[in-house]
Design a binder for this molecule. Structure first.
Ligand SMILES: Nc1ncnc2c1ncn2[C@@H]1O[C@H](COP(=O)(O)OP(=O)(O)OP(=O)(O)O)[C@@H](O)[C@H]1O
Ligand SMILES: [Mg+2]
Length: 262
């Protein structure tokens, strides 16, 4: 993204965003509520055009490419998409139809290979046991896993996950981090960008971080350089201390910051 800005009326959702994600990098995007994280990810998913600036996704310039061809090459899992999900469908069908939803090519009769692939993805993300259940009946954490499997159904070259850990219990979160770490370790896996609110949720193999606040970049680059108390304090407007333990991150606000924030 070069000089990307998004305006809605008088509000600037994003301003002057310059951001490059290279094929071998795995990124996390963090920042307070309303920082513009989902907006940035939605643009990268080809589902939104910026008001200003240029966007290149997988070598294609947005605005000069057939979106129907580009969109299946990008996997996107976000609670933003929940309104597109047929809630009454079984989890397995939600995954299978993922491939059709992005291409716009609907086929009443799924091929057996599609169903096999969807089941493989559900198994890989620990969701096999509820593959036959209606999506509406799944818990928040269970839905997250199904949405990730759905995002991967079109075999994308770039995977964008918006708060994949939200709503997961401790064991579920740790399992997801393990799965994402395995995924990130695979040299053939797509490039990965994930949004999170909790630095504890950042998988150890994430290489880069983008910190946003109020629609602007606070810091961007290799994670060790970006994930500092100073940067997060600036982003969140409170005094934050950051530590790294065995590749995992921890952030806590100082006692006075906690008192004054409320
Ligand atoms: N149509 C709109 N008009 C005005 N403001 C909007 C519009 N759509 C979104 N916004 C605002 O843009 C800001 C950025 O939203 P975005 O969803 O990108 O934030 P986010 O960083 O993902 O936040 P969260 O952590 O809460 O998910 C928010 O303050 C939101 O209220
Ligand atoms: Mg968001």
């Amino acid at each position: 993204m070069t000089g990307v800005g998004v305006r809605r009326g008088e509000s600037h959702l994003l301003s002057d965003l310059d951001w490059s994600v290279h094929a071998d990098e795995r990124w996390v995007v963090i920042g307070p509520n309303g920082a513009g994280k989902t907006t940035a990810l939605t643009i990268a998913s080809t589902r939104m055009f910026p008001t200003v600036g240029s966007v290149e996704v997988l070598g294609e310039v947005m605005g000069k490419v057939d979106i129907a061809e580009l969109r299946p090459r990008v996997g996107f899992a976000s609670s933003m998409l929940l309104r597109e999900i047929p809630m009454h469908e079984r989890a397995i069908d939600v995954v299978v139809t993922g491939a059709y939803a992005v291409t716009g090519r609907w086929n009443e009769q799924y091929a057996d290979e599609d169903t096999d692939r969807a089941m493989e993805l559900l198994s890989a993300w620990g969701a096999r046991s509820y593959s036959e259940r209606p999506f509406a009946s799944l818990s928040e954490g269970e839905r997250k896993r199904v949405l990730i499997a759905r995002a991967l159904m079109s075999d994308p070259e770039l995977l964008l996950l918006d708060e994949p850990g939200a709503g997961l219990d401790l064991a579920g979160r740790e399992e997801l981090i393990g799965l994402l770490d395995d995924f990130a370790a695979d040299p053939l896996a797509p490039s990965l960008v994930l949004v999170t609110h909790h630095v504890e949720e950042i998988p150890t193999r994430i290489t880069h971080a983008l910190v946003l606040a109020h629609g602007k970049v606070v810091a961007s680059g290799p994670i060790d350089e970006v994930m500092t108390g100073d940067r997060l304090s600036e982003a969140y407007g409170i005094d934050v201390t950051v530590e790294s333990v065995s590749g995992r991150w921890m952030a806590v606000a100082s006692r006075t910051a906690r008192a004054s924030h409320g």
